[in-house]
Design a protein. Structure first.
Lengths: 504, 251
């Protein structure tokens, strides 16, 4: 059985963005420094948008009004297809991913469960359709025939028996045989367009002219050659659980049981040669809803002591209610963590190599667990020349190694930048002359020397150019050294003066 | 129990030998002395007994204010951020951990001083108690330099941090307001920083070594530190800093 999703990427984007059915969706991809259409929905296709045309052309074809044009996220689309495949295993045991927009399933014998293959096909197609995805499903005795019928068949849901395989395939175009584009083009030049045209040609002539792959594909469709698919395999979740004889409200019993479960989970992770970045402890409480305690780590780990130190802190503050009937521990976000050779001597490693990172990852986890997620930040440069927008302090979720270092401007910037610029009064000796006096918070500072202006214009291509609404004007920055030696960074915007930072 | 020091072994030794012996005993109490971290200022390093800031110890840098009235001096206190960044770079550790919002540098200055945005972690602690806990946890992590806001800590806290730093050989740098210089502290060295007038547009600071373990505090040595054109910090020789030398150079 083959499942074909004609508009898979655009259907997904429509779902993610919660767009209504009337909004045309066009996804683009950058090919040779040109934005071209990678996928277009039916509505856009009806206006003439084709895959491969330039994005500017497609924009011109789309009607005015709401529309969605954005770059395609191949990785996310592929992940969504894998998830869809995992869902389809609800009806069929063997499901494999077929390209970027289809599934191939082994439906042998499954029809009996649904009182007929046609009902099975209807069930699968109906359920996928209910998720808002356009789908065509075909069941046939061979994978090749099902593939062709799902894409080029006369109806969105087709069931073909082996007796009628030949006549079902005959009217389909040759593209249904999964041939490469070059072979198809060659065949089209000599007038071979449908599968029926190939059937009367002697096999050795086909092989001589177009290679043996044509014969193989033809045989696979007609059931004369084997075809195997790689099924999706669900990984077994790492879960350990324990039921108590009755509800207990003694925290030490819950802690002891959790510790035991953690040892089991880490043991399972050890056997799998992987580590987890997420740990969920679920306390089933009597007369209360279950309580889930979550621990996240910055790097995959299976270190019992470290994980327990994180979990124990959470468990201390947990409200056990009228008693806990059972605990269940699940390890999530698994990632490979190779076994390490236990050395008698500590390895002689460079200071920036692995072991330090493991220690710092533990530190990040400990700090995050005690002070709350978001208390540990990392610095991330952003593309902006507005001083307060040039850097972001992002919470550390996952500890990465050193990435590519972006090119920083060589401009001189203060070490301290106030979140909100402070109002100051400035006195000049003469109009447009040098600054003589800076007055801030009730104190006057005589100016020793200064330099400026450095003009920073608002970024007109963004909506929120500057931090505060008071200054939508360009800013003229001055470095001012006051008489006691401190160097201030002040700017003039719209006639008012602000203090923005200092070199401390 | 054996006596810690055999008295007969001390008879006939010079005072220098005895001082060395004392230091050895002191170091035994706090663990192995780590390698010293050079400050990069030759004159300053020369004044320190180990030729730099001792690793596995706590160092306090007090002073430098923000801009504001004197009555709100504490509220507007700003640590000597550029000096802290300079020390973090000189420490040469794999990671630098900055604890407390007051010591968070602006991104530009941090990248310029530390050589890039990665390998620094910025920790925000809601109150002094959790800040102390976070600093201690970070000091017990091998291979880091910890730079923290130490305002509002008492002597017990500094003792705790000193022990934590000694246990793992981490370099701990605490920034404290100038007013807290009067507090008792167990830090290995204590420095006072104040803005200094003079010079051109580049910011200048007066650096005073207030206390250093193992050195008699007769007179606190002072240096003038100035920001150089390439963004680093340099120590000015006293002839050029101010006085007649500066005028000769200017004329």
């Amino acid at each position: 059985m083959a499942v074909y999703l004609p508009n898979w990427p655009t259907d997904l984007v429509r779902r993610w963005r919660r767009l209504d059915a009337g909004t045309p969706v066009v996804l683009s991809r950058c090919v040779h420094q040109t934005e071209v259409v990678a996928s277009a929905c039916d509505r856009a296709a009806r206006r003439g948008v084709r895959v491969g045309m330039s994005l500017a052309h497609a924009r011109a074809l789309l009607p005015d009004g709401p529309r969605c044009v954005e770059p395609i996220d191949d990785w996310r689309v592929a992940r969504a297809l894998r998830r869809l495949g995992a869902r389809v295993t609800r009806w069929l045991p063997v499901v494999s991913i077929d390209g970027v927009d289809g599934l191939l399933c082994d439906a042998t014998g499954c029809g009996l469960l649904y009182r007929g293959t046609d009902r099975l096909v209807r069930t699968v197609a109906g359920n996928i359709r209910r998720w808002g995805v356009r789908v065509r499903v075909a069941a046939a005795p061979t994978f090749g025939a099902a593939w062709a019928l799902a894409r080029f068949g006369p109806a969105p849901e087709i069931v073909t028996e082996s007796a009628h395989l030949g006549e079902a395939l005959a009217p389909l175009p040759l593209a249904g045989l999964r041939l490469d584009a070059g072979t198809l083009f060659e065949m089209k030049r000599v007038g071979l367009e449908r599968i029926a045209h190939l059937l009367p040609i002697p096999r050795h002539a086909l092989a001589d002219r177009y290679g043996s792959s044509v014969l193989l594909r033809l045989d696979q469709a007609m059931g004369r050659a084997f075809e195997v698919v790689t099924p999706l395999r669900a990984t077994e979740p790492v879960i350990a659980e324990r039921e108590f004889d009755g509800p207990t409200d003694r925290p030490e019993i819950v802690a002891l049981a959790s510790r035991g479960l953690l040892a089991r989970v880490c043991d399972a992770l050890h056997r799998r040669e992987s580590g987890c970045r997420l740990l969920e402890l679920r306390l089933v409480r009597a007369d209360l809803s279950p309580l889930t305690l979550t621990v996240r780590t910055a790097r995959p780990t299976r270190d019992v002591r470290h994980l327990w130190s994180l979990l124990a802190g959470k468990l201390e503050g947990a409200h056990l209610g009228f008693g806990v009937c059972g605990v269940r521990l699940r390890a999530g976000a698994l990632a490979g963590l190779p076994h390490q050779q236990a050395g008698h001597w500590t390895p002689d490693t460079a200071p920036e190599a692995g072991p330090d990172d493991a220690a710092i990852a533990r530190l990040v986890d400990t700090l995050n667990a005690r002070l709350g997620v978001g208390s540990v930040r990392e610095l991330r440069p952003r593309e902006s020349h507005i001083p307060e927008a040039a850097f972001a302090m992002d919470p550390v979720v996952e500890l990465r190694g050193s990435g590519p270092v972006p090119e920083l401007s060589r401009l001189d910037r203060p070490s301290l930048l106030y979140d909100v610029p402070r109002r100051v009064d400035v006195t000049f000796l003469s109009p447009d002359g040098p600054i003589a006096l800076v007055r801030h918070a009730g104190q006057s500072h005589r100016v020793a020397c200064g330099t400026g202006p450095e003009r920073i214009e608002p970024e007109w291509w963004r909506h929120h150019a500057f931090h505060d609404a008071a200054s939508h004007d360009a800013r003229d920055y001055f470095q001012i050294k006051i008489e006691d030696g401190r160097v201030l960074w002040a700017f003039r915007a719209g006639g008012a003066w602000f203090l923005h930072g200092l070199w401390a | 129990m054996l006596p810690l020091v055999d008295k007969s072994a001390l008879v006939g030794r010079s005072l220098g030998d005895l001082a060395a012996r004392l230091r050895e005993i002191e170091n035994r109490a706090v663990g192995e002395p780590g390698a010293a971290v050079r400050t990069g200022w030759v004159e300053v390093d020369a004044a320190l007994p180990e030729g730099g800031l001792r690793a596995g110890a706590l160092h306090e840098w007090c002073g430098v204010g923000g801009v504001g009235g004197d009555r709100r001096a504490f509220a507007t206190w700003v640590p000597p951020l550029l000096m802290l960044a300079h020390l973090a770079r000189r420490a040469g550790r794999a990671w630098s951990v900055w604890i407390g919002r007051r010591v968070w540098l602006h991104g530009h200055a941090a990248c310029a001083a530390l050589g890039g945005p990665e390998r620094s972690l910025w920790v925000d602690a809601p109150d002094a108690g959790s800040r102390l806990w976070a600093i201690e946890a970070a000091l017990r992590c091998p291979g880091v330099v910890v730079i923290a806001d130490g305002s509002g800590f008492d002597s017990a806290a500094s003792r705790r941090l000193q022990l934590a730093a000694a246990s793992c050989g981490a370099l701990g740098v605490l920034a404290r307001p100038a007013a807290e210089l009067a507090e008792i502290s167990f830090a290995s060295t204590r420095w006072a920083v104040s803005p200094a007038p003079g010079g051109g547009l580049a910011p200048r600071w007066m650096l005073t070594l207030v206390r250093c373990k193992g050195v008699r505090a007769v007179d606190s040595p002072r240096w003038m530190i100035e920001r150089t054109r390439d963004g680093g910090l340099g120590c000015l020789s006293p002839e050029l800093a101010d006085g007649p030398g500066a005028q000769v150079a200017a004329s």
